[in-house]
Design a protein around this ligand. Structure first.
Ligand SMILES: C[S@@+](CC[C@H](N)C(=O)[O-])C[C@H]1O[C@@H](n2cnc3c(N)ncnc32)[C@H](O)[C@@H]1O
Length: 390
C-alpha cells in the first residue's frame, strides 16, 4: 500500500478511536470508555497480574482483546504491519571499531548499518554522540563521514576513536537545532535515535538544503514539541497533544525486572499520595513535580512525610498511612489493567508519527521505504525511514 494512503487510513482510525487511547487512567479514575464498553472494562479488571503485564507489553495481543469488544479496531492490525529491512546485521566479533560500545547499543548500530544501504556519498551522522555509527559506516562504506554532535567532549572522544581505527571521520561540535544544512548539501544523512525536533529538523531543513539520502531511526517524538504536534506532511484530521505523542514511546520492552519493580513501587507511592491529596484538596488529578528517586527507596510512611512536607500538607496519621498505601496498591492494579486499552494503540501511533516524516519526504520527491531495522527486543525504537532522491 502507498505510504500516503496508509497514513491517511491510520490517521482516520486513530482519530475515530481517540476516546480509547487519549484518556490516561493515571489521571482519570474511570476513563469515559468504561461506561460505553463496560464488558471491556470488566474483562480487563478481572485479569490476573501476569496476563495484565503481558498485555501491556504485547500491543498486538492488546489490540486483539480490544477488537473483541470494538470490532472496527481490527483494521489497525493490518495497518501496523511493516516490512523488516532484510539485510542481516553484520557480525563483527571483537573488531576494533566497537571499542567502548555496550553490547545492546553495538547490536543496534550494526543492524542499522546493515539496513541502510550505501549511496557512495559522503555521510552526515546527525547527533552522533561519539560517532560510533559514523565510524562503522566510514570503515564499511569507505566514504568520508562528518559526525555532528553538540557535546564537545564526545566529539573529542570520537576524534580519538576514529584516529585509532584510521577512518575518514571528522566531527562538528554544533547545535543540530541551529546549524545551516546548506553546507552539507549532497550528503547521505544518517540519524540513529536523534530525539524529537532533532530528527524533525534534519528532515525538514535537509530537504530544502539538498540532502540526497536519509536513513533516520527516530526516537522520543515528544521532545522539543510545542503545545501540539504539527504534522510535517499534508494536514491531517489527527490532533495530538505532547502527552499523546509520548504514548508512542512509553513501552519498557528493554527494561529489566528490577527496573519494572522500581517503576511499579514508584507508581504505588505516588497513587497513595494522590488519594490523600484528593481528599484534602479536591477530587482532581494534579501533576507531580519531579520526585527524587531516593524518596522512592524509603518506606511508604517516610515517602508520604517527605511529600507532604514539600507540598505544605499535613501527613495522614498512624494507621491511616497503611490505608493510603493499600489504596495506592489497588489503584495501581486498576490502572495497569485499564491502560492496556491505551497501550493497544501505541504502535499505530508511532507508525503514524514516523509515517508523517516518510510522507513528507515522498511529497518532496524522495523514494521512501518505511520499515523496521531490527527486532523490537533489541530496541522498541526500531523504525527506519529510508529515503533517496536522484
Ligand atoms: C540518544 S543519543 C544518540 C547518539 C548516537 N546517534 C547513537 O545512536 O549512538 C542523542 C545524541 O544527540 C546529542 N544531542 C542532543 N541535543 C543535540 C543538539 N541540539 N545538537 C546536536 N546534538 C545533540 C546528544 O548529546 C546525544 O549524543
Amino acid at each position: 500500500m502507498r505510504l500516503c494512503k496508509r497514513q491517511q487510513q491510520l490517521g482516520t482510525l486513530l482519530q475515530e478511536f481517540h476516546l480509547l487511547w487519549h484518556p490516561q487512567p493515571f489521571r482519570e479514575r474511570q476513563p469515559v470508555w468504561c461506561a460505553r464498553w463496560p464488558a471491556l472494562a470488566a474483562e480487563l479488571l478481572a485479569l490476573d497480574d501476569e496476563a495484565a503485564t503481558g498485555l501491556n507489553l504485547d500491543g498486538l495481543a492488546a489490540l486483539n482483546l480490544v477488537a473483541g469488544h470494538v470490532p472496527e479496531v481490527r483494521a489497525l492490525i493490518g495497518l501496523s504491519e511493516l516490512p523488516l529491512f532484510s539485510s542481516p546485521p553484520v557480525e563483527r566479533g571483537g573488531e576494533r571499531w566497537a571499542w567502548e560500545i555496550p553490547g545492546r547499543k553495538r547490536a543496534q548500530i550494526e543492524a542499522f548499518a546493515a539496513a541502510a544501504s550505501p549511496e557512495g556519498r559522503p555521510v552526515l551522522d546527525w547527533c552522533g554522540g561519539k560517532g560510533h555509527l559514523g565510524r562503522l559506516l566510514a570503515s564499511d562504506w569507505q566514504v568520508p563521514v562528518r559526525t555532528l554532535e553538540i557535546d564537545a567532549a564526545m566529539c573529542r572522544a570520537g576524534v580519538q576513536l576514529a584516529g585509532r581505527l584510521g577512518v575518514a571521520q571528522d566531527f562538528m561540535a554544533a547545535d543540530a537545532l541551529a546549524v545551516d544544512l546548506h553546507e552539507l548539501a549532497g550528503r547521505h544523512a544518517v540519524a540513529l535515535h536523534a530525539c524529537g525536533e532533532l530528527h524533525r529538523r534534519l528532515i525538514r531543513h535537509g530537504v530544502q538544503a539538498g540532502i540526497k539520502a536519509f536513513d533516520v531511526a527516530p526516537c522520543c517524538y515528544h521532545l522539543h514539541l510545542g503545545e501540539t504536534y504539527r504534522p510535517l506532511a499534508s494536514p491531517s484530521a489527527l490532533h495530538l497533544t505532547p502527552d499523546d505523542v509520548r504514548l508512542a514511546v512509553t513501552e519498557t520492552i528493554t527494561a529489566g525486572a528490577r527496573e519494572r519493580r522500581q517503576r511499579d513501587r514508584a507508581m504505588v507511592y505516588k497513587l497513595g499520595f494522590d488519594v490523600w491529596r484528593r481528599r484534602l484538596n479536591g477530587d482532581r488529578y494534579r501533576n507531580f513535580r519531579p520526585v527524587p528517586d531516593v524518596w522512592m527507596r524509603t518506606g511508604f510512611a517516610e515517602f508520604m512525610e517527605q511529600m507532604c512536607r514539600r507540598e505544605g500538607m499535613p501527613a495522614p496519621a498512624g494507621v491511616d498511612m497503611t490505608e493510603y498505601e493499600r489504596r495506592g496498591i489497588e489503584r495501581q492494579a486498576e490502572i495497569v489493567r485499564l491502560s492496556i486499552v491505551r497501550h493497544a494503540f501505541r504502535r499505530a501511533l508511532e507508525l503514524w508519527l514516523a509515517g508523517d516524516l516518510a510522507v513528507f519526504l515522498e511529497e518532496h520527491g524522495y523514494a521512501v521505504t518505511l520499515g523496521a531495522f531490527c527486532a523490537r527486543e533489541l530496541t522498541p525504537r526500531n523504525l527506519l525511514i529510508s529515503a533517496r532522491r536522484g
